[in-house]
Design a protein around this ligand. Structure first.
Ligand code: CMP
Length: 136
């Protein structure tokens, strides 16, 4: 099938804490993104730092790593046609205040840090990020 891709999605601590896992998963499924695998985990600050290494020069890096390791998260492999770009569209802009109506970040995001979800931004990063959490 053409353009069937896999991407990594994370439901971040703010959304897990507010019991939004099922609502967020149902948005992916409604949009024809199959949840191929998923698990609820907690990661250390060191693991978060490794995951977000691409942002290591950014001023928000330390806070970002503290935040992702502050509570349970759900990591998922989403699969479907154009999954990477589709997931990014469904998530909405990084900052919830700039996100389009009906996107996950507009519906549930609290701030640019507590923006409820993460999604891979390219095919290359999707492969790396899936491998980071699922080793397959
Ligand atoms: P995410 O898609 O997980 O990728 C990196 C995260 O850094 C981003 O979502 C935001 O939650 C967070 N972040 C904090 N400040 C900024 C910023 N100024 N620009 C981009 N991302 C930021």
């Amino acid at each position: 099938m053409n353009n069937v891709e896999q991407t990594l999605s994370i439901i971040k601590p703010d959304a897990v804490e507010r019991n939004l896992i099922d609502q967020i998963k149902s948005i992916f499924v409604k949009n024809d993104l199959r949840i191929k695998d998923n698990k609820k985990i907690s990661i250390s600050k060191e693991e978060a730092a490794e995951f977000y290494k691409v942002h290591q020069s950014k001023p928000f890096y330390n806070d970002l790593c503290n935040y992702l390791s502050s509570g349970p998260i759900v990591v998922m492999i989403l699969e479907g046609k154009d999954a990477i770009s589709k997931n990014r569209k469904i998530m909405g802009a990084t900052d919830p205040k700039d996100a389009d109506e009906d996107t996950i970040r507009k519906l549930y995001g609290i701030s640019i840090d507590k923006n409820s979800v993460h999604g891979s931004d390219s095919l290359e990063n999707a492969k790396k990020e899936i491998n980071f959490f699922f080793n397959n």
